[in-house]
Design a protein around this ligand. Structure first.
Ligand SMILES: NC(=O)c1ccc[n+]([C@@H]2O[C@H](COP(=O)([O-])OP(=O)(O)OC[C@H]3O[C@@H](n4cnc5c(N)ncnc54)[C@H](O)[C@@H]3O)[C@@H](O)[C@H]2O)c1
Length: 266
């Protein structure tokens, strides 16, 4: 029995990549799961994980749609009575550039911000009142190393991802604000800021079959999931308000807990 056994978690964007890796790892810890994705294969994942012996519910919900995400989260609460963890993982990436044609720019902005930023906003808003009522919980937002690079590197991603990066900086606003104001409700809020990790998204962004040396270098979803589990196992006294960098060529481990800085605003 692990300390997470008997808890329940919501994972958005669970059908592929990092979300799928997290779902599999949490199932192995005995965590009941509510999974959503716009990809219907989330239902097959639910069947796979039920075979592990945990309760799983799956929903084809779009995190950018307020009605769908509220219905999904409320359904998960009804099914499991208490949700301990929300992993806001669903994300999308488009190649964007400041000199793009106007129509493309507007379409890209709406699509990327809707999933990456509004999705995290809606997921957090849907679950926070429940967690507060239950005396606590843990929200983990999935950001990127572009906002939290390895020591010695500047922030920012590649040359063709300004909207993606802006969406992830926006997530940081929620992570920081929620961590501070929800601490008194026992709710921890952190973000995982990972470097290149093998997934559908990064393969799409690369635009070609990754050569063996890249596949070798990239992290794997299971490694991100293992770090997330360590973060959850910190329990009620664990860190909050941290952007946790997970970088290539660095040890994949939780850094020492940061000392909270005083705020100018009380
Ligand atoms: N792979 C990387 O290198 C990397 C690095 C840093 C951050 N991230 C972040 O990790 C998260 C997971 O990405 P991934 O790399 O596993 O990519 P992925 O494409 O394999 O998985 C993303 C999942 O989100 C789902 N999704 C997309 N839009 C959705 C929506 N509106 N509603 C519900 N589900 C939706 C997709 O169907 C997919 O299953 C994303 O937030 C991404 O920005 C990835």
């Amino acid at each position: 029995m692990t300390v997470l056994e008997g808890t329940a978690a919501i994972i958005t964007g669970a059908a592929n990549g990092i979300g799928k890796g997290i779902a599999r790892a949490l199932a192995n810890e005995g965590v009941a799961l509510a999974l959503c994705d716009i990809d219907p294969s989330v239902n097959e994942l639910a069947t796979e994980l039920e075979a592990v012996g945990v309760a799983v519910t799956a929903s084809e919900a779009d995190v950018s749609n307020a009605d769908e995400i509220k219905r999904f989260v409320d359904g998960a609460i009804n099914r499991f009575e208490r949700i301990h963890t929300m992993v806001s993982n669903a994300g999308t990436w488009r190649s964007t550039y400041p000199l793009d044609p106007w129509e493309k720019a507007i379409d890209d902005f709406d699509a990327v911000i809707a999933t990456n930023l509004k999705g995290v906003f809606l997921s957090g808003r849907a679950i926070a009142p429940h967690m507060a009522q239950m005396g606590g919980g843990h929200i983990v937002n999935i950001a990127t190393d572009h906002i939290c690079p390895p020591p010695g590197y500047s922030t920012g991603g590649g040359t063709n991802m300004d909207i993606y990066d802006a969406s992830k900086w926006g997530i940081n606003g929620f992570t920081q604000a929620w961590a501070r104001v929800l601490a008194s409700d026992g709710i921890r809020v952190n973000a995982l800021c990972m470097d290149a990790t093998d997934s559908k998204m990064i393969r799409t962004a690369l635009g070609r079959t990754p050569p063996p040396e890249l596949l070798e270098a990239w992290m794997r979803p299971e490694q991100i999931a293992a770090l997330l589990i360590d973060l959850l196992k910190e329990g009620d006294d664990g860190r909050t308000g941290e952007n946790i960098g997970i970088w290539l060529d660095h040890e994949i481990a939780l850094p020492p807990k940061a000392e909270p800085l005083p705020s100018r605003f009380q």
